[in-house]
Design a protein around this ligand. Sequence first.
Ligand SMILES: *Cc1c(COP(=O)(O)O)cnc(C)c1O
Length: 401
Amino acid sequence: MNNYMERTEDSVLHTYNRFPIVLESGEGVYLKDTDGKEYLDFAAGIAVYALGYHYPGFDEALKSQIDKIVHTSNLYYNVPLADAAKKLIKASGMDKVFFTNSGTEAIEGAIKAARKYAYLKDGCTDHEIIAMNHSFHGRSVGALSVTGNPHYQEAFKPLMGGVKFAQFNDLDSVKEQVTEKTCAIILETVQGEGGIYPAEKEFLEGVRKLCTEKDILLILDEIQCGMGRCGSMFTWQQYGVEPDIMTTAKALGCGVPVGAFVLNKKVAEHSLVPGDHGTTYGGNPFACAAVSKVFDLFESAGVVEHVQEVAPYLVQKLDELVEKNPCFLSRRGLGLMQGIVVGNGIKVGDVVKAAQKEGLMVISAGSDVLRLVPPLVIEKNHVDEMAEKLQAAVNALTTEK
Ligand SMILES: *Cc1c(COP(=O)(O)O)cnc(C)c1O
């Protein structure tokens, strides 16, 4: 194990402080490291592995696509692209999709589509975008520009211009930033990295109304909260608020790197045209075979219905843990995207490490939130096991003190 860690640090740029764990395999909702230690996985590769590891039929679909063709470029048509696009359009009720290789790239595309839409309306090139404080949209210069975290941005300035920030869940603060030049408002339906903050219904409805009145495009980033995680295929669907542009990634390929931005009819018909945007890999047959199979399995396994059933049980167990443990201050979240605020002299990072010792994988969000984003196929017995292990981790931490 040390050998792999050393070799990695020797040659991989040190941009992550990794945990001293070398993961080797997964089965169902469990991970195994190179020492053979098992972990109940409530992190899912950061909300990626919605179906857990080796879900029946998934690997077979990937292998069968490898045997046919992995990549073609976008100069030609391919079969999985047609299937995956159709299924994503059906699941979202939107109009057109562009597949990317990551969430960040989906954000880039969304920004470009919004700017092009505004450009076609008035011919101007000084449009503005309103983003939220404590948001996270990715690490490229464009996506970073709309990420409301000065700490991530500072060293990389100047970033993309024309971005203004407002307070999430504060409609007046958004209205204050609107000008004649505003072309889009971008926000996560549930803020993830910022600390698991679901949008309030009145806020999202208010932003939608504002956007509709002024023909500003609403971009909802569903990269982390979408794909069933919060109890509907896309989280905005349970708010009754439709975006003009949506981004998705993370669980979209259940481990295969893929993202997408999806446009409603209005934007699809008045924005990007041939020559405006492209990608070598995006939408390749391998990635799209994964997306296509993910949608099939979500439907046949009733994943969204399962989330609706198991999430209240997770919430109940987490609330019990908050009740029992003074270091757990509160819980918030939606569906299987949950956060516990950690405090009272205990650091969230220490809880994460103590949980790992107990064989439980959890992660943090923001500076003080314990994030639980398990595979969507977890059962109640896994929730019980998580609660026991998390309690054991807290006990170990507090007796240590
Ligand atoms: C993870 C994430 C991104 C960035 O996705 P990458 O695939 O890491 O580029 C963007 N937005 C949200 C809400 C995310 O959670």
